[in-house]
Design a protein around this ligand. Structure first.
Ligand code: ZN
Length: 99
């Protein structure tokens, strides 16, 4: 059985509880280069090409131009994220209790 924990507060998420999945996609974009946002298949192609270049350099290059993150959030953290997705209010800083 897979147990999830919240990527923000590290609290484990109960199997019965709601779990929110946040997917983020970041990629470099340049107006002067006439290339559309890569879709799934293009991305796979890109990965294949980069893999041929040699594992390490390819992976690194891909990391630079394209990043995809997936976060599991608990109910509480999801509410915070929803309010402030770009973290202007401090997200995703993890606040530890001062007790
Ligand atoms: Zn949480």
């Amino acid at each position: 059985m897979i147990h999830y924990s919240c990527d923000r507060c590290q609290k484990s998420i109960d199997d019965q509880a709601l779990r929110y999945v946040v997917r983020m996609e970041m990629h470099a974009e340049c107006e002067e280069i006439d290339s559309p946002t890569p879709d799934e298949s293009q991305l796979e192609q890109m990965q294949e090409i980069l893999a041929d270049l040699g594992e390490e350099s390819g992976e690194e290059l891909l990391e630079d131009v394209f990043r995809r993150h997936r976060f599991d959030l608990c109910d509480e953290c999801y509410k915070c994220f929803k309010e402030d997705p770009l973290g202007a209010g401090g997200f995703p800083k993890i606040r530890f209790s001062q007790n």
